[in-house]
Design a protein around this ligand. Sequence first.
Ligand SMILES: C[S@@+](CC[C@H](N)C(=O)[O-])C[C@H]1O[C@@H](n2cnc3c(N)ncnc32)[C@H](O)[C@@H]1O
Length: 285
Amino acid sequence: MWDPLANPPDLPDRVFQGYQRLIYREAGIYLGPTKKALLMGRLSRRLRELGCASFSAYLELVEEDQAERLRLLDAICTHETRFFREPRHFEFLEQEVLPRWRAQGHSGTGVRKVRVWSAGCSTGEEAFTTAMVLRLHLPAEEGWQIEIVATDLSTRILERARQTLWSVERAQEIPTRYLKAFMLRGTGSQEGKMKAGPELRTLVRFQRLNLNEERFPDLGRFDLLFCRNVFIYFDAASKTRALDRLLDHLSPQGFLFVGHAESLGGLTQRLKLVQSTIYTPGSAG
Ligand SMILES: C[S@@+](CC[C@H](N)C(=O)[O-])C[C@H]1O[C@@H](n2cnc3c(N)ncnc32)[C@H](O)[C@@H]1O
């Protein structure tokens, strides 16, 4: 046993490389050498809880134990997210895509049904933002069906997402017309909380999916695919592999959204740029 404050265990380079290999193999996430301190910081508490004497002993444990591997991956990922994050994407939907779909009476597929995939959804804000925007512009009374599949690597984060419960301060991130239409303010024991209303909750389904898997489950095709701020962890090889599998699920008239700091330049010939960080299937030309 050791006391991590008085005597924190060291993480020798050889052991760090073992973590790098395991994390890359499992999740496609490349932890560069500068991430050593981050890994130590994120794992120290867990080592202490388990009474693990060294980073090497914990590495042996996670190699053996799948549940512990999930905890490790969870610990190294950032789950930061917001409602209406990168608002330009939602303005593009409101101004360019949804008026066209409404006028045509369909989403490019011939039916009044829209399917969305939020890949790397974290606690669900991206999925629920899309649910609000789509539902307001494509009302159920006009026969529009909306299905949103939200997936993440982390089972812990998905449990939180399924609660559809946030601190009421987060309401500031949501434009008033959406807030009024779709969100509920908690009272009594739920004071200080905000919950997605029942209409929204029926639109979103959460599921665990590792974007680094060889094969994805058969999710069908999607009209809108969000994969934002997830590939930041990947290297070019794991990004290219995951992107290729994702694109098998994007409908020919659909749109792919990536994070504002991300670019898919040089990774695929299967997409053309519509606007910065928004892509549609086609030859890049
Ligand atoms: C920073 S959050 C982004 C949330 C949201 N897309 C947004 O932009 O606000 C990144 C999420 O990607 C997930 N993630 C990381 N690697 C993944 C993988 N291999 N497969 C699926 N999800 C992954 C993390 O668990 C985390 O919740």
